[in-house]
Design a protein around this ligand. Sequence first.
Ligand SMILES: Cc1ncc(COP(=O)(O)O)c(C=O)c1O
Length: 394
Amino acid sequence: MKYNFDQTIIREGTDCEKFDARNEIFGRTDVIPMWVADMDFAVAPAITDAIKRRAEHPVFGYTMRCTAYWQSIIGWVQRHSGWALQPEWLDFSPGVVSGIVFALRAFTQEGDGVVIQPPVYHPFARQTRLNGRKVINNPLRQRADGCFEIDFEDLDRKLAQAKVFLLCNPHNPSGRVFTEEELRRMGELCIKHDVLIVSDEIHCDLVFKPYRHLHIAALSEELAQRTITLIAPSKTFNIAGLSTSVVIVPNPEIRKRLQQEFEKMHVDQGNIFGCVALQAAYSSCDEWLDEAMAYIEGNVRCVQHFLETHLPSVKMVHPEGTFLLWLDFRAWPMSHEEIYQFLLDKAHLGLNEGSMFGEEGRGWMRMNIGTRRAVLEQALEQLRQAAVAAGLGK
Ligand SMILES: Cc1ncc(COP(=O)(O)O)c(C=O)c1O
C-alpha cells in the first residue's frame, strides 16, 4: 500500500461535524461517531499539495473554473465509466443536494409529485417537502437473500402521478449499485410517463468489484435527454467540506432551465479550494481511490465476520458500494428507539437511526465504516460487550 489508511488522525477540535457535533446530535461526547457520511482518512497528498500551493498565493479573490477544471471531470468520467461527456453538458453546483433542489424548483411546481425509493438518503424526502412538492414513495423490497430490489409494478403506478424521479445510485443506505437491466427498466418507465430523471450518483466511484456503476444517462440517447446527473469528488476523495459538485445535463433545453434557476439564486461562484481540489482529485488520485476501496472492503469483511461470530441476530446487507452499512436489528426484542438508545448508552456508538431514511428504516441502523480498522474493531468490541451483557450476543 502506498497510502496509510491506518494513520491516526485526530479530527476533534477541527469543527468537524462528525466528532465536534456529537453532543448536539447524540447528547453525549463519549460515542465513536459512525454517522455523517465522510471518512476519517487523510485525503490524497496530491489534493493537499494542490491546496497548499494555491494557499501560498496571498490573494483569494473571485475565482473561475478554467478549461483544465472541466477537462479533469471529462477525463475522470471517461476513464472510470467510459461515458464521453461534452464540455457544454457540465455545470457547477455547490452540493449534490442543492443541485437536486434547483432541479426540483426548475422542473416542478408546488404540489407536484416526486418519486423516491425509501429507505433512502433523508434529504430526498425532506428537501422535496420543504419545497412544497409531494413525496411519492416507491419503497425498495428486500429479497430473501437480504439484497434490496425495485418494485417495478409499484414504480409504474407511482411514476404515473409524478413529474420527477429522484434516483439514488449507488443507493444510500441499502448499498445497491443498480444493474443495467434495472436502470433500463426504470428508465423505460420514466419515458413511458414522461418523467424527468434526477440521478444522484455521488457514490458512483465507491463501488466494490465485481459490481459496476453505470450512469443511467449513458445507457441511451433517449435517457440522456431526460436526465440530470449529479456527481462529485466529495465522497470519493473525502473532500465534502469543499462544497464542489458537478451537474451533467446533455439536453440543452433542460440545461437552460436549470441554469436559470442557478442564476436566480446566484450560487455559481464556488470556492477556490474546491476548484483546486476537484482538479487534483480527478486528475491524479486514481491509485489513492483503488487503495481506499480495498481498505474499505477490508472493513466490510471485518464487520461481516464480527456479526457472524458474535452477533448473528444483527444482519448486514451486503454492500455493493459506499462506505455505509445498512444493519438490520429487527430481531432484537426492543423498539427502534430502544435499540438506538442502547447503541448510544451501552455500546457508546453514534450511528444513524434508520427511520430517518423513511419509515421502512425502523429497526435498522446505518453504520459509517470509513474509518481506521483499529477504530472499527474498537467499536465492534464495544458492541459485543454491550450485547453480551444484555444477553444478545456472544
Ligand atoms: C446519496 C447522497 N447524496 C448527496 C449527499 C450529500 O451531498 P452534498 O453534501 O454534496 O449536498 C450524500 C451525503 O451523504 C449522499 O449520501
